[in-house]
Design a protein around this ligand. Structure first.
Ligand code: S3P
Length: 432
């Protein structure tokens, strides 16, 4: 795709449904009692991977191609069948890690694999606690990389201190905990997204939150819960950054999930001086929702670390872009998790923005960016990482000349991204 800078940006965008909530609504309802309707489910490659794996485990899911409504017939907590073949999680870490937790509670054999990106991402972080609970797991490269084989068993609760703030690890352990004898507790170094806690509680799971520790007891049943999925703040983030960095922009983002475990990007942009307004605050699917109005802003550098990092983890590549337009040096640290996402996002961001002329330096645990600079169009490789694809596109809308984005993979989370970019820029900016 080829992108160049539009003279002005005016748009109202109904951002796509939340990916994290869509996965969870499918997975948890699959083992609930009753039938659930998921409205505004995200129709993207990742969520389709989850639906296909669940279908292979015997869960009836009606979700026509292109539809934003899915019906799931819950099989009860113990109702999954052994799949006839390997479960293909595609590009989706959430699918693989959450399913490993769920399958640890089932006395069936499952083999989970994924694309080359997912097969290079760390799985030891879920294998270790699930083994400690009594499940049998084995994986490639010393039990660290997919394909992963899991045979569930009679589990016992553990008190697990996770070395990483990861909602995928937390969710895997909590799902297994629904099947374990006694209490299962997981403590994280800082709070990761809490969609699992919200939805499992709504389904009647015996779950308690105590600071950074979440506890769960074995459940007798989960009640199916119909959900209307709110918009994904991670898919709103490209527009937030385009809006604040472009000199003549006003964008309205409708129906965005503003769950406080996800709003790090709003806090970071506000600290940089962004003109952001939250209006019409309400709730949807057990999550707080608002419309966000964003306008051209004068930005200053900021520093991102600690508890802010998991609250903005998927948006940090876009923070690097915003930092190119901010006065001073922005530092992002404590973010080495970026290196084990769909790509090594520290390297990918430094490479992509570096090609466009950014003053960006790699750190072991993040990056530093000097601003402001004038970006110049160039060829950017996303290497199949959707967040880097969208970063390249937005950077191209802010750079002089033309930017070419290769292997963007935006369909992993945002199939209509290029259409929305055309609309926001009156088609001026996009071709290819
Ligand atoms: C997700 C959790 C995060 C995030 C990912 C989605 C989830 O990953 O980066 O895009 O839905 O639980 P980690 O749990 O690995 O931090």
């Amino acid at each position: 795709m080829r992108v160049s800078r539009p003279a002005r940006v005016r748009a109202t965008i109904h951002v796509p449904p939340d990916k994290s909530v869509s996965h969870r609504a499918l997975i948890f309802n699959a083992v609930a009692t009753g039938r659930a309707t998921i409205e505004r489910i995200l129709d993207s490659d990742d969520v389709r991977s989850t639906a296909q794996c669940l279908a292979a485990l015997g869960v009836p899911i009606e979700w026509p191609e292109g539809s934003q409504v899915a019906h799931v017939t819950g099989q009860g907590l113990h109702g999954l069948f052994e799949a006839e073949d390997v479960l293909d999680c595609g590009n989706s870490g959430t699918t693989m890690r959450l399913l490993l937790g769920l399958l640890a509670g089932h006395p069936i054999l499952s083999v989970l694999t994924g694309d080359s990106s997912l097969r290079s991402r760390p799985m030891g972080r879920v294998i270790a606690p699930l083994r400690a609970m009594g499940a049998s797991l084995a994986a490639r490269r010393g039990d660290t990389l997919a394909p992963v084989v899991v045979k569930g068993g009679s589990l016992r609760g553990i008190a697990y201190h996770s070395p990483v703030a990861s909602a995928q690890v937390k969710s895997a352990v909590l799902l297994a905990g629904l099947y374990a004898e006694g209490e299962t507790a997981i403590t994280e170094p800082s709070r990761s997204r809490d969609h699992t806690e919200r939805l499992l509680t709504a389904m009647g799971a015996p779950l308690a939150i105590d600071g950074l520790t979440v506890r769960v007891r074995p459940a007798e049943r989960l009640s199916a819960v119909s959900v209307r999925v709110p918009g994904d703040i991670s898919s709103a983030a490209p527009w937030l950054v385009l809006g604040v960095c472009h000199p003549d922009a006003e964008i309205v983002l409708e129906g965005v999930n503003v769950n406080p475990t996800r709003t790090g990007i709003l806090d970071i942009l506000r600290a940089m001086g962004a003109d952001l307004e939250l209006v019409e605050e309400r709730t949807s699917g057990g999550e707080p929702v608002a419309d966000i109005v964003v306008r051209s802003s004068q930005l200053r550098a900021t520093s991102v670390s600690g508890e802010l990092v998991p609250r903005a983890i998927d948006e940090l590549p876009l923070v690097a872009l915003a930092a190119c337009f901010a006065e001073g040096t922005t530092v992002v640290r404590d973010a080495s998790e970026l290196r084990v996402k769909e790509s090594d996002r520290v390297k990918a961001v430094v490479d992509a923005l570096g090609r466009l002329g950014a003053e960006i330096r790699e750190r072991e645990d993040g990056f530093e960016v000097d601003g402001p600079v004038r970006l110049r169009g160039a060829r950017v490789h996303a290497h199949g990482d959707h967040r880097i694809g969208m970063l390249g596109a937005i950077a191209g809308c802010l750079a002089e000349g033309e930017t070419e984005v290769l292997d963007d993979a935006v369909g992993v989370s945002y199939r209509t991204f290029w259409d929305d970019l055309r609309t926001a820029t009156s088609s001026e900016a996009v071709s290819g």
